[in-house]
Design a binder for this molecule. Sequence first.
Ligand SMILES: *Cc1c(COP(=O)(O)O)cnc(C)c1O
Length: 366
Amino acid sequence: MIPYYSLKQITESFEPEITQTATDIIRSGWYLQGKANDTFEKAFAAYCGTDYCVGTGNGMDAITLILMGYQSLGLMSEEDEVIVPANTCIATIIGILRARMKPVLCEPILETCNIDPAKIEALITPRTKVILPVHLYGQCADMEPITTIARKHGLKVVEDCAQAHGAIYRGKRAGNLGDAAAFSFYPSKNLGALGDGGGVTTNDGSLAGRVRALGNYGSSAKYVHDYKGINSRLDELQAGILSVKLTRLDEDNEKRRKVAERYRKGITNPQIRVLPCAERESNVYHIFPVFTPERDRLQAYLTAKGIQTLIHYPIPPHQQKALSEYADLSLPVTEKIHREELSLPMSPLLTTEEIEQIIDAVNRFV
Ligand SMILES: *Cc1c(COP(=O)(O)O)cnc(C)c1O
């Protein structure tokens, strides 16, 4: 079986450094808000090109904490609206709801699966405060028109970078393309911990300070609480492991690009649609999606051929029971993506033989 993504193999490829780092931290006797967190935050901010990085417990909390931070700075309030692509991972939308704000769902562009800038302005109301693009599948959203619209209407741009660690859009890294950005370090992300983890990057010092305080019960100094915060911190073990893995992120992303280039050249089955290649470095291929109305049949066929695939995602957020208040929306582009998407195996460790085997199988699908 060719696995979709073998975390076991990935972790092994970082040995012995990962175990050594974990052992050092275990023996240090210090497990939260210490040196490892500090070192990782500085390294990741420098990597993204931002002034600040604040570790959080996970990616969804990072989204919530950015919005809570802006509220606490008096720049927006509960019930204000956040424009977000309708075809995102549901965590993006729940993250907004937990900050007691209102997600307004925007259709994506079919050819990129990212938020359609041409459809944003029609959704802006006097309560709109944020545009929240998601760099889905590792491909940067088209930030230039999004930023222009945001400036014109006085809105903040908050990036969801959970799938785009290291992507570069017009010379700048994801995480440094808006006013603030949320990262997830969920194990299978391009930069993944061995448990939960997340982070916020920004060049805004006052926002960074609020996010740090709000993620630590609203504490500005030990036992002094200025805000009603939550508990969402990146722990020392995960921070140490992430520092090890960060050193190989660019190299691994380049390997993912090579896999994607092989797929794109090799897949010639007219029934299967692949996304066109954008600016090369703007995509870190967290996911390599293919599209066909025969998606379920293609998945069963590939499974029978020993190739594991996943679907990102089978049910669009507005059709989930948890978001029943959105059930009446009609979002044809979003719905088509969710009906037709299938994710092929994608990993920096895929071998040439495995890639060829996958391409051959996809091309023989009838
Ligand atoms: C993974 C993911 C999240 C959530 O991250 P967690 O760390 O699991 O909370 C949010 N948005 C997108 C686009 C994701 O892929």
